[in-house]
Ligand binder design. Sequence first.
Ligand code: 5AD
Length: 463
Amino acid sequence: MPQVFIKTYGCQMNERDSEAVAAQLMARGHTLVADESAADVVLLNTCSVRDLAEQKALGKMSAVAGVARKQGRQPVLGFLGCMAQSRGQELAHGSVRLVVGTQKFHRIGEHLDALLQGRESHIVDTAEEAGSQSTIREHLIDPAGPRAVTAFVSIMQGCNQHCTFCIVPATRGAERSRPIPEIVDEVRDLVGRGVREVTLLGQIVTSYGRRDYPVRDGRSAFVQLLEAVHEVDGLERIRLTSPHPKGYGDDLIDAFGRLPKLVEHAHLPLQSGSDRILRQMHRGYTRDRYLGIVERLRKRHPDMAVTTDIIVGFPGETEEDFEQTVSLCHEAAFDQAYVFKYSQRRDTPAAAMPDQLSEAAIEERHARLLTRVNEIASRKYAERVGRTVEILAEGPSRRNPSRFEGRTRDNRIVIFEGDERHRGHLLRVQIETASAFTLYGIPELAGVSDVEESGSSDAPSLS
Ligand code: 5AD
């Protein structure tokens, strides 16, 4: 049976797509391997959001092809996902024999069969497909393996916002949403397999179902979906990514707190703090409106974590525009900010705008902003020391597997002395110390049973 290696670049949606591909291939009898050097099939699921991501995938593929050539092997090499969608045919040369776009992940099994059996030599499949939003469904959960505690659920595909810097409308197509009952069934099935927390995924989740479900009692389709998912017994936490600031209407802000499973974390991609640049970016809000949303969220819940994405060096960005972004970061006091260097993307309106900044200028502003936002964010971590927080224990710490890690409701990683008995349980943890982006704590044993009584039915024995 073929051995398949899959590597993913980019966002959580790409991770989720790869997981669905892996599950599909395993169901067809393929084996997943962690080392590409002996694999029969090497698939790279790509990202196009910035040039760097594309270069990484291209570099990796040429390294894989080079090693295979030296070994005298001819594995099937394939590009999947966003870069495959936008470049298509041009990627299918030499030993790259499979190119599959973002609406065709579910066809990869058939395509690999055709290639491995020699019925086809090259396949490029980047067509649109009606209903493809409902094909990212299968999860990789090994019933014999450690319990899966968290899972991603894809609720929609595509994006209609057309931000001028962004390639995504071209790679992912127009917005298409899955029906609410289908999503709820998937969540219920996951919970039945041990999952306690789901992250609802989409390019702009707050636009979910706009054309399919009319506003009801003042509640948007997305809030209706949250309410439906919230009903699933045994589910403890709901996260979402990524929303758009324009989607934070009163109904969504009200849902924080009203729906206890919806965690206190709002990602609010800012992109720029300058009204002039926001207009050029086609973001659809102003600085004031953005800050108003942050204020309403924090009023709803004082500990609401607000995180963001920012692009520095958008065409025409002056020092004054940049300073507006810096000052907004101070005003909003972001709990975490991801700062990106503007990257020109093919066929986007911003790529053709005048006054593109030099790489050096972008680098310099990027470094300056990063220092500021990291100072603000690490202060927020330090403020947590001495508090008792609820965490969901996920598994061994990625950095130090002899310890365990979990996340707070507001999405901070907490490392603690734990073991498999803790996995999948809500614990109350006293925070002892903090580093820039990690908390360290000690579980309160008494607190565990408190949480367990109101939460899960299978409490661990910690005595
Ligand atoms: N250049 C730099 N960053 C970008 N992003 C999207 N497009 C670009 C681009 N052309 C960033 C945005 C978005 C995040 C996922 O990636 O900040 O929110």
